[in-house]
Design a protein around this ligand. Structure first.
Ligand code: NAP
Length: 270
């Protein structure tokens, strides 16, 4: 049985690939750019673009389980029905989907189909802190808009839940909200990050106007700026609520932010 992983070069998908390969599973990594894909030894790489479903047929050959993402490039996938149909025809019996609290076309297509699927709904990623890496490396500073606690989650734990859903019976129909072990503010994250890399960091709280100016300078569109402004002051309640999902599904406690820093410290060092 081959497991096809979409998003395999991304934050969560690369962890799913790694964990499946470590477990001795036959894994195929889907990417639009096979030449650039870095995968563990023994993992196949297959070309495919989820926005162009006809490119997926060769990658789906012999696949019985599949990890899916809900976006293609920057936009929500509009090709859910075609992807689900192709997967069904290829013999896929289990699908895990990395989504969020807002359901889109991929989830709707899965609901309408008959393949057993599991919805992975992580809260904010610990890995979002990588956006701080340049200013930490260069000035020892982190600038953030909003300072509300979030139950941020390690990508390896999102992947671990997905891996269970791909390998075991009993997860079809489940929607797993996946969180870290504690709700911590960005300021606390910065303190933990500083302790982990052995450097005192300065936490600066931006005003909404300062965030807008920075995002406009970076070329963000108005919709994205409004979304970031809203997230800073009124994030979804789920984002700050710790749940036992990782422990219950994987049998292991959720990784802490200090553990995440330990695994990513090099990105923050000059
Ligand atoms: N960041 C958060 O805090 C957060 C919280 C909750 C949910 N989420 C959800 O997590 C998802 C992002 O996951 P991530 O951070 O792991 O992704 P990521 O690191 O941004 O990686 C994107 C991946 O998607 C693949 N991809 C993009 N367009 C594709 C297409 N048209 N066809 C095939 N592959 C395509 C890319 O592969 P190639 O470039 O190699 O083709 C790459 O592997 C989003 O759905 C987001 O809503 C994020």
């Amino acid at each position: 049985m081959t497991i096809l992983v979409a998003g395999a070069t991304g934050t969560v998908g690369s962890e799913i690939v790694r964990q499946l390969a470590e477990a001795g599973e036959k894994v195929r990594a889907l990417t639009r750019n096979p030449a650039a894909a870095r995968v563990p030894d023994g993992v196949e790489v297959a070309f495919g673009d989820l926005t162009v479903p006809e490119t997926l047929a060769p990658a789906l050959d012999g696949v019985t389980a599949m990890h899916l993402i809900t976006f293609g490039g920057d936009a929500d996938l509009q090709t859910g029905p075609e992807i689900v149909e192709l997967a069904g025809r290829a013999g896929v019996r289990r699908i895990s989907v990395l989504g969020s609290f807002y359901e889109g076309g991929v989830e709707a297509a899965l609901r309408a189909g008959d393949i057993g699927w599991t919805h992975l709904r992580p809260v904010g990623f610990m890995a979002n802190a990588l956006a701080w890496a340049p200013s930490v490396r260069e000035q020892g500073v982190v600038e953030v808009f909003g300072n509300l606690p979030g139950a941020v989650v390690h990508e390896a734990d999102i992947a671990a839940v997905g891996v269970r859903a791909l390998l075991e019976d009993g997860h079809a129909g489940a929607a797993y909200t996946i969180t870290g072990p504690a709700a911590i503010t960005p300021e606390e994250q910065v303190r933990i990050l500083g302790a982990g890399i052995g450097r005192e960091l300065r936490f600066v709280q931006l005003t909404g106007e300062q965030l807008r100016v920075q995002m406009e300078a970076a070329g963000a569109d108005e919709e994205y700026i409004e979304f970031a402004l809203l997230l800073g002051v009124a994030p979804p309640a789920e984002g700050g609520t710790v749940l036992p999902t990782v422990q219950e599904v994987t049998g292991r406690p959720a990784r802490t932010f200090a553990q995440w820093v330990d695994g990513h410290a090099d990105a923050f060092r000059p």
